[in-house]
Design a protein around this ligand. Structure first.
Ligand SMILES: C[S@@+](CC[C@H](N)C(=O)[O-])C[C@H]1O[C@@H](n2cnc3c(N)ncnc32)[C@H](O)[C@@H]1O
Length: 842
């Protein structure tokens, strides 16, 4: 009988030979995979161009998945394992495999994984049974087992981290680690770091291992999270009985001081991940385990590393264990040691936003220690945070600056806040929702909420597309969701109280009652949970449901407000904003949607801030727009919500005589004019080319007429968002063409169509401002008002100031922070272009 032809992997060109015994299964699998391909062709926005490779990988995945299920490794074709000699050869023969993790690549790489259930806590080694590699079955996660092996080849970092280990029986296995470090983006470019995390000769315990295929069609142990691997000290008690048949000599045991020094050197080189390895090795030294003061020292040092990595839960647990190791053995501490303990406890508690706990830590500190300055600084910050939590009076300018400093994945220690003016209640037809308990005015702060798990795919996995397949629900998991879940798992390991929050979300189709709301603010409960065993594991499917119904796509507030030069160019505006990614929030997830909302949201780093944008009466429901609160955002109507929106705007859109199609065609045809920037050649030359601006204006006036005819007669003026955009652009052309009267008319039309309601004379007298409330709080409304301020101010400075103050008011409703923040965002940008200095009041 002829052996079957090798199977060529579609995406790689690599081949494997299918043994006869499996040939029929294999062919069935192919058919099965082909039948399922349609199901897997939808991908998210980030990865449009990856359609075909992803498609092929899914195909491969199904083929492989169905091939050898439930078969023990020792029964499989041994040809698919490399022996030791081959493994070492692999290392030298393919040096080109050794490139940085993801980051060097110019093209997106597609990488497949199958995820079998989420482990919400790292498994302690005591719970696991030690077995040999041959006892594993294919494509199964061996929940209660672990395998021990020595690293016998240097680490290579291609699409995932890979190296070979040899188990005590002498069998070799490749190990593939998808994300080898606790914070995904740390995994990306640190080739040296990665090699140092798993050096030659180190002894690893791989917990709950799973056997799958590597890209060459051979077998490999697959690891998703770094917590699934633990390094053992050469003198570890577990190794006492282990007899190595062959293999490298393990790293000679070093004294604990050596590990400590190496840890501190790694920190000095700003390599916290390597430091973590050394401190952990030191801590697992049996000598250290028996000497409380050594344990204390190393734990505090490791806690500092965790703090640097923003893993405050781990930091707190280490500091707490350090304290216990001393207290349980009645060991006196020097004032210096005591204060280091207090500082570590307080910093970790601040990071976790456990302010009462942080204050308690300070109480133990001595008043005149060498750390007193640092302790004082941290204490002051804690006091400010407690105040904010109590009163809702935040220093937005300081928080804004902090969010910029901390970069695009800023994780701030700002407290959450929910105004007493609102309450969660059951809403017929839409589950839980939030009602106003009293009248609320525009600009009132309603909620502040830190994201539970921020994730940005561009940062967490640049140039990579992860094609994840959930083995439990047998379905494909979008890349964004996969990355978010990955981060969320780290958050759960760090702070298990997150699980309690997740359980409060409507994830299973049935909506929990308001009483089942997770307790977001209970510090004592959170502290207790930090030391509790997380009971349940959540399935990837549950995570996916939670992310689908409750995640917001956030944009952190940019350093500068949109000025005249940036205009309304969507693309430019998009680039200038920093996407925070998929964000899950606690309380804000209780808010229902309306395309005509009465609230506005913004983000400072991972903090979501919600303020009322309109007057809300007691008993009214408060709404957010899950899209953007700009009526001109036409994509709004294309979104396929899982519910029918019946808001004012959707009603207007579906009236008889509306012609949204004609409107969409007109917008599309003229998009380059509407979105063009009249300031392309700079402010001065733009002012000089009056004729060009008048030509633009003429075309825009024509567009206003044509667009106007697409709306049904009697449609409320404030819901004509597409028209608003045209008017806004028209206003800027007239402004540059030095046509003040026409500028004023165009901008006033823009504001009306954008949903800004201006005050009547009586209202203006009463509340002292030009704007009563506004549906649209985007930056171009602020810009429009500033232009109006300039043209009005040329004739009447008082009127000019009023419009400048209106712009400030809009800014303040959305972002808070008053004149100080407005100046910070506009002073180098918009205000210097104007011939007059406005009195912004306040
Ligand atoms: C972020 S949650 C809002 C809180 C949710 N009502 C609850 O009880 O947990 C989003 C979900 O609420 C429901 N929802 C939100 N806005 C709605 C609306 N305007 N009409 C009907 N259902 C809505 C939908 O089921 C949606 O998937």
């Amino acid at each position: 009988m002829q052996p079957p032809a090798p199977f060529r992997f579609l995406n790689t060109g690599k081949t494997i030979t299918i043994p006869w015994t499996l040939h029929n299964d294999f062919c069935d699998s192919l058919e099965y995979a082909a039948a399922r391909i349609d199901h897997h062709t939808t991908i998210d926005d980030d990865c449009e161009n990856m359609m075909i490779p992803q498609f092929k990988l899914v195909y491969d995945q199904h083929v492989l998945e169905n091939m050898h299920a439930n078969t023990l490794l020792r029964d499989l074709n041994p040809g698919l394992f490399l022996n030791r000699r081959q493994a070492l050869y692999w290392d030298t023969a393919f040096p080109q495999d050794s490139f940085h993790f993801y980051v060097d690549s110019k093209t997106t790489k597609v990488y497949s994984t199958i995820w079998h259930g989420m482990k919400c806590r790292p498994r302690p080694m005591e719970d696991l049974q030690l077995i040999e590699g041959g006892d594993f079955a294919m494509n199964q996660t061996h929940e209660d087992r672990m395998i021990i092996g020595k690293v016998i080849t240097p680490v290579k970092s291609g699409l995932c981290l890979s190296f070979y280990i040899e188990d005590p029986s002498g069998a070799t296995f490749p190990v593939l680690i998808n994300y080898p470090t606790p914070i995904p983006h740390f995994s990306l470019s640190l080739a040296k770091t990665l090699a140092n995390l798993y050096p030659l000769g180190s002894i690893l315990a791989i917990k709950s291992p799973r056997i799958g295929f590597n890209a060459n069609g051979g077998y490999a142990i697959k690891v998703n999270m770094p917590q699934e691997i633990e390094e053992l000290h050469p003198n570890d008690a577990l190794l006492r009985e282990v007899k190595w048949k062959v293999g490298l000599n393990e790293e000679a045991p070093k004294g604990w001081m050596t590990y400590r020094r190496q840890g501190s050197e790694a920190m000095g080189k700003q390599n916290p991940l390597v430091a973590l390895r050394f401190y952990s090795l030191g801590l697992s030294d049996p000598d250290v385990k028996n000497t409380p003061l050594k344990t204390f020292t190393l734990l505090l040092e490791r806690a500092e590393v965790y703090d640097t990595l923003h893993l405050h839960g781990y930091a707190y647990r280490d500091a707490h264990r350090a304290r216990e190791s001393i207290e349980n053995n009645d060991i006196p501490l020097t004032p210096g040691q005591n204060d280091r303990l207090c500082l570590r406890l307080a910093k970790a508690a601040l990071g976790l936003r456990l302010y009462k706990t942080a204050l308690q830590a300070f109480e133990q500190a001595s008043p005149r220690s060498f750390l007193s300055l640092e302790l004082k600084k941290v204490r002051e910050k804690v006091v400010v945070r407690m105040d904010e939590k109590q009163s809702g009076a935040y220093d937005w300018l300081a928080i804004f600056r902090e969010s910029l400093e901390a970069g695009s994945l800023a994780e701030l220690d700002v407290p959450d806040y929910t105004s007493p003016a609102c309450n969660v209640d059951q809403i017929p037809g839409s589950g839980r929702g939030i009602l106003a308990t009293r009248d609320i005015i525009p600009g009132e702060l309603i909620m502040v909420s830190k994201a539970i798990a921020p994730s940005r795919t561009q940062l967490d996995a640049p140039n990579a597309y992860i094609n994840c397949y959930d083995a439990e629900s047998k379905s494909h998991v979008p890349h964004m969701t996969y990355m978010w879940v990955y981060r969320l798992l780290h958050k759960i390991y760090d702070d298990p109280s997150v699980v309690a929050v997740l359980e409060g979300f409507s994830s299973s189709g049935k909506v929990p009652s308001p009483e089942q709301l997770p307790q977001f603010g209970d510090e004592d409960a959170r502290l207790k949970l930090l030391f509790a065993t997380v009971p349940s594991d959540l399935s990837l499917d549950t995570f996916r449901q939670i992310s689908k119904t409750n995640c917001y796509g956030g944009w952190s507030i940019p350093a500068t407000g949109t000025g005249f030069d940036k205009g309304m160019n969507d693309e430019a505006a998009r680039k200038s904003r920093k996407g925070v990614g998929a964000l899950l929030h606690g309380m804000p997830a209780m808010i229902n949607h309306s395309c005509w909302p009465n609230m506005t949201e913004c983000w400072y780093g991972d903090m979501m801030i919600l303020r009322a944008s309109k007057h809300i009466s007691a008993g009214d429901q408060i709404f957010l727009s899950y899209n953007r609160n700009e009526p001109s955002y036409t994509a709004r109507t294309l979104v396929n919500w899982s519910f029918e929106c019946t808001c004012f705007l959707c009603q207007a859109d579906t009236r008889p005589h509306e012609d949204p199609n004609a409107r969409a065609i007109l917008t599309k045809k003229n998009v380059s004019l509407i979105l063009s920037n009249p300031l392309e050649a700079g402010f001065q030359s733009a002012l000089a080319s009056k004729a060009r601006h008048l030509r633009d204006a003429e075309m825009l006036e024509g567009l206003v007429m044509a667009m106007g005819r697409t709306y049904a007669p009697g449609r409320p003026q404030g819901t004509k968002g597409e028209l608003a955009r045209v008017y806004s652009r028209l206003g800027r052309s007239y402004f540059l063409a030095a046509e003040p009267v026409k500028t004023e008319a165009a901008i006033l039309n823009f504001l009306t169509c954008a949903g800004v309601s201006l005050t009547t004379l009586e209202q203006e007298r009463r509340i002292g401002r030009k704007v009563y409330e506004s549906h649209n709080l985007e930056d171009d409304v602020i810009l429009g008002m500033m232009l109006l301020a300039v043209v009005k101010g040329a004739k009447d400075m008082q009127q000019g100031n009023k419009w400048a103050q209106a712009a400030l008011w809009i800014h303040n409703v959305r972002y808070g922070g008053g004149v100080a923040l407005f100046n910070e965002r506009y002073n180098n940008h918009l205000l210097p272009y104007f011939p007059v200095k406005f009195d912004l009041g306040e």
